[in-house]
Design a protein around this ligand. Structure first.
Ligand SMILES: [Zn+2]
Length: 82
């Protein structure tokens, strides 16, 4: 699952557990996204951060987090058609 925070935001993780402890920190990337598959982290992050919506092109494999990007992308498909 991908979460949306602030670009390069460093987040400290408290109560990391004793068996397979969670990492001390994690960082959102320069786009403000952080991806994790750990159900323990997902549960916590859901309470604090928004889930990032991924937009998928209906005509190819293209994916983006930005709706404007997707619109721009669809334009390429239209231009190819003409
Ligand atoms: Zn496409």
């Amino acid at each position: 699952m991908i979460f949306k925070g602030k670009a390069n935001l460093l987040v400290r993780i408290t109560k990391r557990g004793h068996v397979r402890p969670l990492p001390k920190y994690f960082k959102f990337d320069y786009n403000g996204h952080y991806e994790t598959d750990d159900p323990r982290l997902i549960k916590r992050l859901k309470a604090k951060f928004a889930v990032a919506n991924k937009y998928k092109c209906k005509k190819c494999e293209y994916e983006t987090f930005d709706r404007t990007d997707l619109m721009r992308h669809y334009k390429i498909h239209r231009e190819i058609k003409e």
